[in-house]
Design a protein around this ligand. Structure first.
Ligand code: FMN
Length: 365
């Protein structure tokens, strides 16, 4: 790992373990394991703390949460532990301008058995500026960005208050843009990953939204162009997979799906049981208007071919249906995000998972 991630700030507000120099968070992990930010209530403060106390790095997922709720979650983490952690933000894109009237009818058909109507397909920026302002006022050790590259000025502001900035990328070109914006590290997301593809621009060309890279290829391509610390995400299920990404040049592996059945995760009951049903995964825009990998179900199968690139308009359009499905424990109409490692998930406390993967690579907390 490079020491480029080291940032001197002179601040002392990040807690006792950061002192006056903000240390290289990734280099100092006792086990090179990151718990992915997982929106929709999956990444609870309890999961973040369990992973952080076990020697890894947990992330809160600020996407879709109000700034007040993000603040509450940050305070909850701090009330439970002095461990380091990160917060993930969604970078807003542009309104799609897509005509969603025909797609709306298909969503209405999905809602009928659950007794709910589609939501309003509105565009919003997810309160991005307000969440950034919160993180400037209450700095956390790491801030990661998904769906785009933050403005260089915002990267500098976060660094000035002592945070390290990570940008999630899916291609060498996106990595170049993130480096140009001054990021301290990159999260590389391979096509294997569960949840949304982090593509900066969903050009609508293919289901996957443009060129797609398996994780190991992506690490090789990006490692050749930068010395920045790399966090590798996508399809990691165990210590063997972690060892492979470390050998390829990553400094840490980011696990998402593999934590979904941990008791500390906020994963819904129907999502947990669907993970045990060997449904397979696929990429779809059907639930949110952006390509994302999830467990195959009826709603995905019916809508995928009809869903245009329109995020977050489709997210808001399908939200009531997905919420009702979650409440009714109906696995056929929820966005049950999961990566290619879906069949390997284990119902174990997060600390045990981290310890097991760490032991497999000869690193223990
Ligand atoms: C349920 C779920 C929710 C996710 N939410 C987010 C998110 O809010 N922000 C983000 O950057 N990535 C999100 N991701 C993607 C993860 O950061 C990571 O790239 C992915 O989980 C890695 O692949 P894996 O799931 O195969 O381990 C999510 C993934 C899952 C499975």
């Amino acid at each position: 790992m490079s020491s480029v991630l080291r940032v001197s700030s002179g601040r002392t507000s990040l807690g006792p373990r950061t002192a006056t120099t903000v240390a290289d968070v990734v280099n100092e992990l006792r086990v090179p394991i990151v718990a992915a930010p997982m929106a929709g209530g999956v990444s609870t403060p309890e999961l973040v703390v369990a992973v952080g106390e076990a020697g890894g790095l947990g992330f809160l997922a600020a996407g879709y949460l109000s700034p007040d709720r993000v603040k509450t979650e940050i305070h909850r983490v701090r009330s439970l532990s002095r461990c380091r952690f990160g917060v993930n933000l969604f970078v807003p894109g542009e309104p799609s301008g897509a005509d969603l009237s025909a797609f709306r009818e298909l969503v209405a058909d999905q809602g009928r058995p659950l007794g709910v109507a589609p939501g309003e397909p509105r565009w919003d920026d997810d309160d991005y500026r307000a969440k950034l302002a919160l993180l400037l006022a209450e700095p956390v050790p790491v801030v990661s960005f998904t769906f785009g590259v933050p403005a260089a000025q915002d990267v500098r502001r976060l660094q000035r208050v002592g945070s390290q900035v990570v940008v999630t990328v899916t291609s060498p070109d996106e990595a170049r843009q993130a480096v140009a914006a001054g990021t301290d590290g990159l999260c590389l997301q391979g096509i294997e990953a569960g949840g949304h593809r982090a593509v900066f621009v969903d050009d609508g060309r293919s289901e996957a939204g443009g060129p797609t890279h398996p994780l190991l290829d992506l690490i090789g391509l990006v490692r050749a162009q930068t010395t920045l610390p790399l966090i590798a995400a996508g399809g990691l299920t165990d210590g063997r997979a972690l060892r492979e990404v470390l050998a390829a040049g990553a400094g840490a592996g980011q696990f998402g799906t593999a934590f979904l059945r941990s008791p500390e995760a906020g994963t819904k009951t129907a999502h947990r049981s669907a993970l045990t049903q060997r449904r397979g995964t696929a990429l779809t825009r059907a639930f949110t208007g952006r390509p994302a990998r999830g467990l195959v179900n009826e709603m995905m199968t019916e809508l995928t071919a009809h869903a245009p690139a329109a995020y977050p308009e489709i997210h808001h359009l399908t939200a009531p249906v997905r919420a009702a499905a979650g409440a009714a424990e109906d696995p056929e109409r929820m966005s049950a995000w999961a990566g290619l490692g879906a069949d390997e998930t284990r119902e174990l406390p997060a600390a045990e998972l981290v310890a097991a993967w760490g032991a497999e690579i000869g690193r223990s907390a």
